[in-house]
Design a binder for this molecule. Structure first.
Ligand code: C2E
Ligand code: CA
Ligand code: CA
Length: 443
């Protein structure tokens, strides 16, 4: 290295930056993979066990959102320090994603040592972090563990095993820890093949859109429908959204899929006078940036008046990138469509969101409605949400109404709209026509 190199930081500096994360000064994914590959191919590799720990701060986005980006960086740096303190000098700690860390621990002697390390990690990471402002953050870390040679002996495969174990830990979480097991691989294979099928299904016309009635809570008059997707899979039969929407979201296929839903829903409802339609929009459709253009084009081609379309959005959209979300929601609003917050009460339910974002309606999650008959707590929550809706001038829709007594509770507390099996199940377009015709006869 020359003096000139030194003064400017030199090639060492740029190499350092290429392999380290500036926030925590930890090695990045590239350096971790190099280190892991080296450790696995070393002559001693066969004789000792090596463990890969994948760690993720479960609620990091929320912490960032609550305390600000600078505090988020502090939490990451503190997490890095705590992890380092748990491991030995020749183990490697790396930051591999926004809130993801990987520890490569070499030479752990048996299961006891692995357990010892994850117990230390869990204890270290569950201590609250005090921020300079005096506020206290409670990060929650999930941990997935894979072992070599037991689970895999190649670097990429081993990290993938740890990631799969982490995914399982997150399902059990927060603060959970999980070892890799081979059934997780089967799950991954299943997901990959379903992803391939999903790609084909969009062109093969295998999706069906069902419509579930939304009614006025007092008069039970039919006001609109929610569009709900189904997939008629050639081998697996009819699949519900929980079976494939998460895969469509991970692979980005939810963007063309969401466009199909929007087009089909608006087209169907444009032929039914006075009926409104609501369509679920995934957080991934928000990231892409095409959503506003798609909605605009669909409204134009189907000639559905914008005021008859409502987009149902969950809180995850707002948590991810508040500024961008606010911009997209504002532009959707200026197209004249209605916006509702779906599954209200299940996420972070920050009241701030409700005041900041231009929502027209709130949908009370069906879990609370389902518990109305036998839980005083659920009744208190539903009443609180109804009060909140009234105070903010929002319409409140209760989902998952299954009994007359649930309907009675909701009516008594002046809920605006109701939806659920008691009023009507999700149905095909033909069944919806019959449903409307029957109501005309009755009224
Ligand atoms: P969601 O938006 O909360 O939709 C309501 C879900 O509750 C639907 O499930 C509906 O069938 C079910 N449901 C309605 N009434 C009752 C009731 O009285 N009791 C019970 N137990 N359940 C009731 P579904 O159709 O399986 O949809 C599940 C979720 O999948 C939806 O939850 C929504 O988040 C998502 N989803 C559905 N269609 C689409 C879509 O086109 N795009 C996207 N991105 N997500 C969709
Ligand atoms: Ca919905
Ligand atoms: Ca919902």
């Amino acid at each position: 290295m020359t003096d000139a190199d030194d003064a400017a930081g030199g090639p060492w500096k740029s190499e350092y930056l290429a392999l380290h994360d500036p926030v925590t000064s930890l090695p990045n994914r590239l350096l971790m993979m190099e280190f892991l590959a080296g450790a696995l191919s070393s002559p001693q590799a066969g004789q000792r066990s090596l463990a890969v720990f994948a760690l993720d701060i479960d609620n990091f986005r929320h912490l960032n959102e609550t305390f600000g980006l600078a505090a988020g960086d502090l939490i990451l740096a503190e997490t890095a320090r705590r992890i380092r303190r748990c491991v030995r000098d020749n183990d490697l700690v790396s930051r591999v994603g926004a809130d993801e860390f990987v520890v490569v621990a070499t030479g752990l002697a048996g299961a006891k040592a692995v357990e010892g390390l994850y117990t230390r990690l869990q204890a270290a990471l569950s201590v609250p972090v005090t921020l300079p402002s005096g506020a206290v953050a409670y990060p929650q870390a999930d941990i997935g563990i894979a072992l070599s040679p037991l689970d895999a002996s190649e670097a990429g495969a081993l990290v993938q095993c740890a990631d799969l174990a982490l995914m399982r830990a997150k399902d059990d979480g927060p603060g959970a820890c999980c070892f890799f097991s081979s059934d997780m691989n089967e799950e991954l294979t299943g997901r990959r093949s379903l992803e391939g099928d999903l790609r084909r299904a969009i062109t093969a016309d295998e999706f069906v859109l069902l419509f579930q009635p939304r009614c006025d809570a007092k008069t039970l008059e039919l006001l609109g429908v929610e569009a709900l997707i189904r997939w008629d899979h050639p081998q697996l039969g009819r699949l519900v959204p929980d079976d494939f929407v998460p895969i469509a979201e991970k692979s980005g296929l939810v963007i063309p899929l969401g466009e199909w839903v929007l087009r089909k829903a608006c087209d169907t409802i444009s032929r039914l006078p006075d009926l409104n339609v609501s369509v679920n929009v995934s957080v991934v459709q928000f990231r892409g940036g095409e959503l506003v253009g798609t909605v605009e084009s669909v409204l134009k081609t189907t000639a559905l008046p914008p005021s008859r379309l409502e987009l149902e959005i969950t809180e995850s959209v707002l948590i991810e990138n508040t500024e961008k979300a606010l911009d997209v929601l504002g532009r959707l609003k200026s197209l004249g469509v209605r916006l509702s917050m779906d599954d209200f009460g299940t996420g972070y339910s920050s009241l701030g969101y409700l005041r900041t974002f231009p929502f027209d309606a709130l949908k009370i999650d069906r879990r609370f409605v389902g518990d109305l008959d036998h839980s005083k707590g659920a009744l208190a929550i539903v009443q609180a949400i109804l009060g909140l809706g009234r105070a903010l001038g929002l319409q409140v829709v209760a989902e998952g109404v299954e009994t007359q007594s649930q309907l009675d509770y909701l009516k008594a507390d002046s809920c605006d709209e109701v939806q659920g099996f008691y009023l009507g199940r999700p149905m095909t377009e033909e069944a919806l026509h019959a449903f409307i015709a029957e109501r005309r006869l009755v009224s």
